[in-house]
Design a protein around this ligand. Structure first.
Ligand code: FMN
Length: 390
């Protein structure tokens, strides 16, 4: 495999290998992409406190999460259309997660279905749903997921409406790809992707196929699902879900202490502090800015996961120092997948783990318990304290 020193190098290679419309679907954010940028800025503005003269020869990033011991505080989060980035992308990503011993989350709008994962891999995974108006459909999804070996349910609550991504509109993103002249010209430069995609098990949303009438086109499927988003997750709906889902339930898309407290009242086993990677509410603050207040409100009462903007192991360190128990990645794994398939996802995981290990060693932390607010400094704060600029 070629040398990929960091996630950015996977990103740049993925950009060369996959069609522009697919790459920009992965890479982009909603509207002005202010939140997409803010997620990075929020993390980059946090300095790590270098500590020396400590024995850090024996380090571990193991963590206990929802009753399971994981080698790293890292989970591959749910990402739609993964099977478009690479053939059978969801299967390949699950295999890479398994090789690293970390969880993989299949999303509802995936290309490979829950059944495909069971058939091809047969190991447990996490499953993500949106709350849908059609209860039969929700039940259908959950029962299939359970039968396929899903153990943890992630309910995403920050897509009550679909925000617009300008890049997708400009690229005419559709499934199958809309064959405009620019798309055709771009595809002509990506023969490898076209050839690889012929090995794909499926060409459309795998989890919808068995439920909707046979022969429903992909566009009609997407339109039907978009109308299905239920504006509100209520305790009643959650209670109804829990009647036939006995495993842990995580609520994804929480950005305030108030909503975190509601999620705890609902009995959520965990929350994901997330702004959907800057793909929904443009103008929302970074998750790094939102996390500390949420951790103060609910730490210890529920598992706190976080995502959005994580591109380095040092970012994971920052999120843990801000109060998270573990992190999800979205784009990092997709850049890996686009660059080199399963090996690329494995490389993305390896990069993040190795960088976290170095960050721990150089901040004097031997275990995740050693990581806390004392390990970081907000750059603005440091400047204010020293009175710089006066
Ligand atoms: C291409 C793409 C598709 C996504 N699809 C979903 C989805 O179907 N369900 C969901 O809950 N989140 C989805 N997300 C959001 C991710 O789960 C996650 O919150 C976000 O990507 C984290 O930010 P990051 O990409 O900067 O790591 C998607 C993200 C991307 C990049």
């Amino acid at each position: 495999m070629r040398v990929y020193p960091d996630i950015e190098s996977l990103r740049l290679h993925a950009r060369r290998r996959i069609p522009k419309a697919v790459f920009e679907y992965v890479d982009g954010g909603s509207y002005t992409e202010a939140t997409l940028r803010q997620n990075r800025r929020g993390l980059e503005d946090i300095d790590l406190v270098q500590r020396v003269l400590r024995d850090v020869s024996d380090r571990s990033q193991a963590v206990e999460l929802l009753g399971h011991k994981l080698p790293s505080p890292l989970i591959l989060g749910p990402t739609g259309l993964t099977g478009f980035v690479h053939p059978n992308g969801e299967i390949e990503a699950l295999r890479a997660a398994n090789a690293a011993g970390i969880p993989y989350t299949l999303c509802t709008p995936s290309i490979c279905s829950v059944g495909d994962l069971k058939e091809a891999v047969g190991t447990p995974f996490w499953f993500q749903i949106y709350v849908m108006k059609d209860k039969d459909f929700t039940r259908y999804l959950l029962e299939n997921a359970k039968a396929a070996g899903a153990t943890v349910l992630v309910i995403t609550v920050d897509v009550v409406v679909n925000a617009q991504r300008h890049r997708d509109l400009r690229n005419g993103l559709a499934i199958p790809l809309r064959m405009t002249l620019p798309t055709l010209l771009d595809l002509a430069t990506k023969p490898g992707w076209l050839l690889r995609m012929t090995q794909s098990k499926r060409k459309t949303f795998g989890n919808y196929q068995g439920y909707l009438k046979e022969g429903t086109g992909t566009q009609s499927m997407a339109a039907w699902v978009a109308e299905q988003y239920q504006p509100l997750l209520t305790p009643e709906t959650l209670g109804w879900i829990r009647d036939f889902w006995q495993g842990p339930v995580i609520i994804k898309g929480v950005m305030t202490p108030e909503d975190a407290e509601i999620a705890v009242e609902f009995g959520a086993d965990g929350i994901v502090v997330s702004n959907h990677g800057g793909r929904q509410l443009d103008g929302a603050s970074s998750t790094a800015a939102a996390l500390p207040a949420i951790a103060r409100a609910v730490k210890g009462e529920t598992t706190i996961l976080v995502d959005s903007g994580i591109r380095t192991g040092a970012d994971i360190f920052r999120m843990l120092a801000l109060g998270a128990d573990a992190c999800l990645t979205g784009r990092a794994q997709l850049y890996g997948l686009g660059a080199a398939g399963r090996a690329g996802v494995s490389r993305a995981i390896e990069i993040l783990q190795a960088e976290l290990d170095v960050a721990m060693a150089l901040t004097g932390c031997r275990t995740l318990e050693d990581i806390g607010p004392h390990c970081i400094r907000h750059r603005g704060q440091a400047a204010r304290k020293t009175g710089s600029g006066a």
